[in-house]
Write a protein of this length. Structure first.
Lengths: 150, 137
């Protein structure tokens, strides 16, 4: 499988990807609440949320973030990722039950590091809903292996 | 609604949560939910400890923030976490910015493992409700 992963050297600045869509269901939210332990009323109390600015329960922001990480793996061939280094992220709008989200991503940075076997790749990401509205966006920094020298 | 309103949030107070041992069951549920790909059997996907820190915040005596919206985060992954590691979360509010009907709260958070090493850290920004006539203390 190793040869199918793309090394730092293979990834080009400006590359763009778009993922398939994924419909976020009530079950996703319930499972994420159980897994994370985050039972905030935003995600779990349909009655209180009727009175809120959203009008209904919304997905956890971090559920959207986690789902886009999975969508990234379906948008492009796997990177030879050594580590996820960090992210800067904004939640711009709600993801509601039944919304279908997809990821649009672009490579906006490539930096060599002091270590010769790896480089830092920055990917700008937007999560869009079925109406094309950006509901989340940000940048992620990934440490990627360099192609091994023969 | 019960909870900590904007006015109730103390600055610079350090809150520490109980621990959570990360199991392969957590990882399996997470991978099924997100369809992230597993690196190897014992690896914990990097976003998962970040997700746990929000739930761990519900396991302290202080009532949770009355969050109207989670606005964003800056996050750094310093070390990888393995199945079997026990993490806890430490947080403190570093900035409060009042607005008309609500307030912006910035919280610094760390995820710490059983060796006391900070494995992830960053800043969360929330929009938090102010007290109204009905919820005035």
């Amino acid at each position: 499988m190793g040869e199918l992963r793309r090394y730092f050297d293979d990834i080009e600045l400006g590359e763009e990807y778009e993922s398939p869509g994924r419909t976020v269901t009530e079950a996703d939210i319930v499972i994420f609440a159980g897994l994370s332990g985050d039972y905030n009323v935003l995600h779990t109390d349909a009655e209180i949320m009727k009175q809120s600015i959203f009008g209904e329960r919304i997905a956890h922001g971090l559920l959207g973030l986690a789902i886009q990480a999975g969508l990234f793996t379906r948008a492009t061939q796997a990177y030879a990722t050594l580590a996820f280094v960090g992210l800067r992220w904004k939640f711009k709008g709600p993801i509601k039950i039944g919304d279908t989200i997809r990821l649009r991503a672009k490579v906006i940075g490539k930096k060599e590091t002091p270590k010769p076997d790896r480089g830092l790749v920055t990917v700008q990401r937007s999560v869009l809903n079925q109406r094309g509205e950006v509901v989340q966006e940000g940048e992620t920094d990934l440490m990627i292996e360099r192609r091994p020298r023969p | 609604m019960t909870g900590s309103y904007f006015e109730d949030v103390p600055l610079e107070h350090v809150e520490e949560t109980p621990g959570l041992t990360i199991t392969s069951a957590h990882v399996a549920i997470y991978l099924g939910l997100t369809r992230e790909l597993a690196a190897d059997g014992g690896a914990v996907p990097d976003v998962l400890p970040l997700c746990f820190t929000t739930g761990l915040g519900w396991r302290v005596p202080k009532p949770p923030l009355v969050v109207l919206a989670f606005m964003g985060l800056d996050w750094q992954v310093l070390r990888s976490v393995r199945v079997g590691d026990t993490i806890m979360s430490r947080s403190r509010v570093v900035t409060k910015r009042p607005m008309r009907d609500a307030g912006v709260v910035v919280e610094e958070r760390e995820v710490v493992d059983q060796r006391g090493e900070v494995v992830q850290r960053g800043r969360f920004t929330y929009l938090v409700a102010k007290r109204t006539k009905e919820t005035r203390a």
